[in-house]
Design a binder for this molecule. Structure first.
Ligand SMILES: Nc1nc2c(c(=O)[nH]1)N[C@H]1C(S)=C(S)[C@@H](COP(=O)(O)OP(=O)(O)OC[C@H]3O[C@@H](n4cnc5c(=O)[nH]c(N)nc54)[C@H](O)[C@@H]3O)O[C@H]1N2
Ligand SMILES: Nc1nc2c(c(=O)[nH]1)N[C@H]1C(S)=C(S)[C@@H](COP(=O)(O)OP(=O)(O)OC[C@H]3O[C@@H](n4cnc5c(=O)[nH]c(N)nc54)[C@H](O)[C@@H]3O)O[C@H]1N2
Ligand code: SF4
Ligand SMILES: [Mo]
Length: 676
């Protein structure tokens, strides 16, 4: 008999779709969208339509393993859980005794977005007094840029875009990364809205936009301030709003905008002056402009400032004052939950150091006092996704480093484990999910039993806590009890929540609690923020504005993968194709390269053998690489992160994945279009 189990897509995607898992004889046989989810409405992206293939994958890790070959070779022997736990506990104890507990570094990120499983290790490492990880790989600079001007103001519901007359998709390849927002865009279009895409090249999302505005990478802040200059000059700025509900418009007009002339903006962004004037006019005259801002343009040396400047433009263009208009940076209900219930920072024995995850290579190779001697990775795959891959791999190869990995598959990181522990998929454990792209939450329970000896993150850290002599709360609780505790913390967000429906697995929409329009110290939108080092937005250069190599590198998300998740799925791999660099016809020809040729992309950090794709929608001076790849699927064992640097953003220590320079040359001896 088939039974249906409601669940949630666990991956790091703003859509957090509702799922229905079909289960027969204890096995997941199909997964489809849950039509009762008010945002995803029953549809899934192509990555998740066959999630059962991930769950039932023959490559799943099923038993604890102990290294039986050189580091990185991926050779292991089977061990019992008792042996594996005892080994991990004794090695962590020995490292702490000899080097101090801060020689232990946890590394985890967003392999699952469930609040319990994602945060399962924090209390354990806090109690040990280990180093803490600064989890900055995604988009903290976006958060900092938004906070600078909007404070803690919650974003609008994404459905609000349906009443817009002009939707600007700014730095988001939504077809790949925010598919369900396009349902709202479609609805707006049906009612007559125009759609713009602002990107560095034409993408799959260009097909759903009326026009693609192609900017130089990292210049969006300059573009936004240039448009503010023009809106003011054309008399189209939202004057009353700026006077009554914003702080600092006059200061911006007097001190910053004079330097943002059309000529200066054209030079910074690469957009012709007449185009700038036309964009400003259309935006300023729009009945209801709505800007949806992606994450990518914050992954630059000037990332926080770019985001802040675009939010400023939104204010000037009337996104906060015209009826039906809006500005969506993110829509997150993170304030609704107090994760300290399970993260337990209070268990730390004293102050501990914070290690930026974007500098893992540096942390493993150079960090001192104490040196990192034990690395514990779960719910993440740094050997593939972290910047400066060569440095990360050199660190993982250190003979004196003890590495534990908790994983579902033999990933590039798992290959380097000394102890490799098998993890569950989201259909095999309980959790509570929220989103960063809408306001629905969902509670999910296991639909099937774990295969083999797989353990959920939470159960692993309960067991390890026991092996290390830690007991009591929070480890006394099951994952489901942790969910109960999270829901029990009083929060105005949860006031009207239908607990019975939530507990039955039905998606529930939270409403941001009532409060002032702008949740800033002044109660106004703060174009000028006197508390910051830079009180006003201004055009800033990015890292790649300097540097000698000719091509700016874009390493954007792939359509058929989610970071390194789904790389194990052969059916999706064939759609993804090999590691490729997209070049304009002119850049390819200048290097004697044709479509399909073998080539080497390189810079001061390394070399990556790959294929060439000649793409007319890519401008000269740009090299686009979609997605990260498994070492085993590439010619050189490296993916594009061998060329991304460990440099950080202007604020909040974020990653700068899109802000690097490279060159591309013919592969030595490579024949035109031959197969490797
Ligand atoms: N299919 C798929 N979905 C995903 C992911 C994935 O890997 N694959 N990753 C998930 C994760 S972890 C996250 S954080 C989000 C990522 O979400 P985002 O970072 O918003 O990713 P994209 O939507 O692809 O946005 C990247 C787009 O921005 C463009 N871009 C890059 N630099 C600039 C710039 O300087 N200016 C402008 N205007 N555009 C620029 C790129 O060319 C690309 O088209 O997506 C999530 N969803
Ligand atoms: N070049 C380049 N690099 C990038 C990006 C880019 O745009 N360009 N994007 C960056 C961004 S935005 C992000 S957020 C990071 C993401 O980096 P990560 O969060 O490290 O993301 P994933 O690659 O998805 O790796 C997650 C791993 O978690 C595992 N996993 C899933 N569920 C569970 C579970 O329940 N328990 C355990 N133990 N493991 C689980 C999966 O099998 C997978 O191998 O990558 C970054 N890297
Ligand atoms: S990856 Fe995103 S779009 Fe795809 S099913 Fe999951 S939440 Fe939905
Ligand atoms: Mo991310």
């Amino acid at each position: 008999m088939r039974t249906l189990h409601p669940s949630t897509c666990p991956y790091d995607c703003p859509d957090a779709c509702g799922l229905l898992a079909e289960v027969e004889d204890g096995k997941v046989v199909a997964v489809r969208g849950n039509p009762d989810h008010g945002y995803s409405r029953g549809s899934l992206c192509p990555k998740m339509t066959h999630y059962e293939r991930t769950v039932n994958h023959p490559g799943r890790l099923l038993h604890p393993l102990v290294r039986a070959g050189p580091k990185g070779a991926g050779r292991f022997r089977r061990a019992s859980w008792d042996e594996a736990l005892a080994l991990v506990a004794s090695r962590l104890r020995a490292v702490a005794a000899e080097h101090g507990a801060q020689a232990i570094l946890p590394y985890s990120y967003a392999g699952t977005m469930g609040m319990v499983q994602r945060n399962a290790s924090h209390a354990f490492f806090h109690a040990l007094g280990a180093s803490r990880l600064d989890r900055t790989i995604c988009s903290p600079a976006k958060g900092a840029g938004l906070k600078a001007i909007l404070g803690d103001t919650p974003g609008p519901d994404p459905e609000a875009a349906a009443s817009a007359s002009l939707i600007v998709l700014w730095g988001t390849n939504a077809v790949a990364t925010n598919l369900h927002f396009l349902q709202v865009v479609k609805e707006a279009r049906r009612r007559g809205a125009a759609v713009w895409l602002v990107d560095t090249h034409e993408t799959a999302t260009s097909a759903v936009a009326d026009r693609t505005i192609v900017v130089r990478p990292g210049s969006d802040g300059a573009l936004a301030l240039g448009l503010c200059h023009l809106l003011a000059r054309q008399g189209l700025a939202a004057g009353r709003f700026l006077a009554e509900e914003a702080l600092g418009w006059e200061a911006l007009e007097a001190r910053v905008l004079p330097g943002c002339t059309p000529a200066a903006t054209a030079a910074r962004t690469g957009l012709p002056e007449p185009t700038l004037a036309e964009l400003a006019r259309t935006l300023g005259e729009a009945r209801a402009p709505f800007i949806r801002l992606g994450e990518a343009l914050s992954r630059y040396g000037n990332g926080a400032m770019n985001v802040r400047s675009i939010a400023c433009l939104a204010a000037v263009a009337g996104c906060f004052s015209k009826p039906g208009a809006g500005f969506l940076g993110d829509a997150s209900s993170s304030d609704a939950f107090d994760l300290a219930v399970l993260q337990r920072p209070d268990l730390q024995p004293g102050p501990t150091r914070l290690v930026n995850m974007n500098r893992l290579g540096h942390a493993l190779l150079e960090l001192d006092a104490p040196r990192v001697m034990a690395l514990f990775v779960h719910t993440a795959n740094p050997a593939a996704v972290a910047p400066d891959q060569n440095a990360v791999l050199r660190g993982l190869r250190r003979e004196d480093l003890f590495t534990v990995v908790h994983e579902r598959f033999l990933t590039d990181t798992a290959r380097y484990a000394d102890v490799l522990l098998p993890a569950t998929t989201s259909l095999e454990h309980a959790d509570l999910y929220r989103s960063y792209g809408h306001y629905f939450i969902q509670r999910s329970r296991a639909a099937v039993a774990p295969p083999g000896e797989c353990k959920p993150n939470w159960e692993l850290f309960r067991a390890l806590a026991g092996a290390m002599g830690l007991s009591g709360e929070p480890w006394a609780w099951s994952a489901d009890e942790v969910v109960e505790r999270l829901l029990a913390v009083p929060s105005p967000w949860l006031a009207g929540l239908d607990r019975a429906a939530l507990d039955a697995g039905r998606p529930q929409r939270l409403a941001p609690p009532p409060g002032p329009r702008f949740r800033t110290p002044s109660g106004k939108l703060e174009i000028e923020n006197p508390r910051l080092r830079e009180p006003l937005p201004r055009p800033l250069p990015c890292h790649a504005d300097e540097g000698a190599l000719p091509l700016r590198l874009q390493t954007t998300p792939a359509l058929y993968a989610l970071n390194s998740t789904f790389l194990d799925r052969d059916d999706l791999a064939s759609k993804r194709g090999p590691l490729r660099v997209q070049l304009s016809p002119r850049e390819a020809a200048a290097r004697g390269l044709a479509d399909g040729d073998r080539a080497v992309a390189w810079n001061e950090l390394g070399e990556v053998p790959l294929r060439v794709a000649v793409v007319a929608g890519v401008p000269d001076g740009l090299a686009v690489v979609e997605g990260v790849h498994r070492g085993a699927d590439t010619e050189g064992g490296r993916n594009i992160n061998a060329l991304t640097s460990q440099r950080l953003t202007d604020e909040a220590g974020g990653s700068t994945f899109y802000d690097n320079r490279i060159d591309v040359r013919r592969a030595d001896g490579g024949l035109h279009g031959d197969e490797p």
